[in-house]
Design a protein around this ligand. Structure first.
Ligand code: CUA
Length: 344
């Protein structure tokens, strides 16, 4: 008896700890990192969010109803027939038909129609005549290449768009299947080899919206993120003109030595810096790498220390990335980092 008295509170404590831990995990998932499907920043995302709340509401009602019936069944387990109804076969059959067939069919058809007729239509690939700008997004293991047709601008892991403007995104991939998802702006699209899938990006306000590859694509799938930066339309045009410029033809001081080292080593066999002889396309275009917020698809911040760390020991920052560790001295790496930082 004494043993029962001591084990019960332990079991209770365990159950409480488990529930509290679970709730803690759930709440931690609500922490905002600018990538929250329930924090819509566009009409398309708003439709998805409303549908999600409706589905949660209906599913919760069904769940609570089922739990209530289980409890009722438990308390009436010694009585014959159903609670309130008794042993009336006609009523029993009616209940099965109503709750087992009719109500689920009505609920499922209603949700299917709302999601298909309204939400899928609102979030579908836009008519190109309805958009003002097309941007190409090409996925690579494990980063995003961004191109602006009609302009030489090319960037990586940062899609700049004008705010309050319908932008047509054409997504494809250079290697395996990835999925482009910016939850606060629209639904996800798979990007598939040999195919172009499209999605609309529209931001209600200027801001920075985080996106993520949403299809497992290998070792660094979790480190394949991107930012959508919505600028005021005039600021966007200035940004695009600036990003379309080539890099300065010369550099001074330490950066001049870094430029020389960059062009003489394998860096130039993988990257492009417009305005120099480096014009390879295995890694990101670095013409304006100094102006980017992050490196390695949001893996680290683009600070002087971060950049130096990335070029010195890339496999430690992002194991499996195509970026090799070069056999250079520390002063050489510092010079290359200085040059890359100067490419604003
Ligand atoms: Cu790319 Cu997951």
């Amino acid at each position: 008896m004494a043993r029962r008295l001591t084990t019960r509170p332990t079991a209770l404590r365990r159950a409480v700890a488990t529930v509290a831990g679970g709730c803690g995990l759930l709440v931690s998932g609500c922490a905002s990192n600018g990538q929250n499907a329930l924090h819509a920043q566009s009409p398309q995302s708003h439709d998805i969010e409303v549908l999600w709340w409706w589905m949660l509401g209906v599913a919760s009602l069904v769940f609570i109803g089922a739990c209530a019936m289980l409890v009722l069944g438990w308390f009436s387990r010694r009585s014959k027939g159903l609670p309130f109804v008794g042993e009336n076969e006609g009523v029993n059959k009616g209940l099965v038909v109503a709750f087992g067939i009719a109500i689920p069919v009505v609920i499922l058809i209603t949700l299917f129609l709302i999601s298909n007729v309204a939400v899928i239509k609102a979030t579908a690939a836009p008519k190109t005549s309805s958009t003002k700008l097309t941007i190409q997004v090409i996925a690579h293991d494990w980063w995003w290449e961004i191109r602006y047709p009609g302009h030489t601008a090319a960037t990586a892991n940062e899609i700049h768009i004008p705010a309050r403007t319908r932008v047509n995104i054409e997504g494809t991939t250079d290697d395996v299947i990835h999925s482009l998802w910016v939850p606060e702006l629209n639904r996800k699209i798979d990007v598939i080899p040999g195919r172009v899938n499209r999605v609309l990006l529209y931001a209600d306000h200027p801001g920075t919206y985080r996106g993520q590859c949403a299809e497992f694509c290998g070792l660094q799938h979790a480190h394949m993120s991107l930012y959508v930066v919505a600028d005021d339309p005039a600021a966007f045009q200035r940004w695009l003109a600036q990003q379309s410029q080539p890099a300065p033809a010369t550099a001074t001081g330490l950066a001049a030595r870094g430029r020389q080292l960059f062009l003489a080593n394998t860096c130039a066999s993988c990257h492009t810096i417009r305005g120099t002889k480096a014009n390879a396309d295995i890694g990101p275009d670095l013409t304006h790498v100094g102006s980017r917020m992050t490196l390695a698809a949001l893996t680290i911040d683009n600070t002087p220390a971060g950049l130096l760390r990335w070029i010195t020991d890339p496999q430690h920052v992002k194991a499996g990335a195509k970026m090799p560790a070069l056999d250079l001295s520390r002063p050489d790496f510092v010079a290359i980092a200085d040059y890359l930082r100067s490419l604003k």
